[in-house]
Design a protein around this ligand. Sequence first.
Ligand code: ZN
Length: 168
Amino acid sequence: MLNLRHVVCPHCAATNRIPVDKPASGAKCGACHQALFDGHPAAVDAATFEKHRRNNDIPVLLDVWAPWCGPCRAMAPMFAHAARELEPDVRLIKLNADEEPRVSSELGVASIPALFLLRGGRVVAQTAGAMDAKRRPGCARSLPRRRDMAASTAREPRILFKIKERLT
Ligand code: ZN
C-alpha cells in the first residue's frame, strides 16, 4: 500500500495525494500546478474552508479575523511568519468573519482574532478558553456573544507556541 496523505491546494482547493516519505515543500497541485506550500496563509471562504477542514490529512490552523479589527491586523505578520515556519506540516488558513458570519458563528467565535487548530475535521485547540476572560477583550463588534467563551487578546504569540507544542 502506498503511503499517501491528502493535502488541499491553497489556490484551487483541490485535494492532492502526496507521498508521506517525500518532502512536501516542493510539491505542486495536480489541478492548478501551483505550489502546494508557498509559505503564506491561504484565504478561505465557507466552501473552501469546508474542503480544508474535511480533506486535509495534515493539521489545519485557522485564523478568524476581520479588516476592522486592530488586534487581527497586528497578528497578521505573526500568522504569516507561522506559515513559513509550520509548512508543510500544517496548513494555515484565514477566514474573514464579516464575509462568512455563519462559519464563525458555527465555530462559536465570540471575539477575534480567534485561532483554531483542526485535525481530522475537528477542533482540537482554540485560543478562546485558553485565555484569561478578565483580560482586555479583543474585537467583539458584530460577533455573537457567548458568555462561556473567554475573550482573546493580544497574546497570540504564546498561543502559537502552544499550538506548536501540541503538534510535536
Ligand atoms: Zn490547486
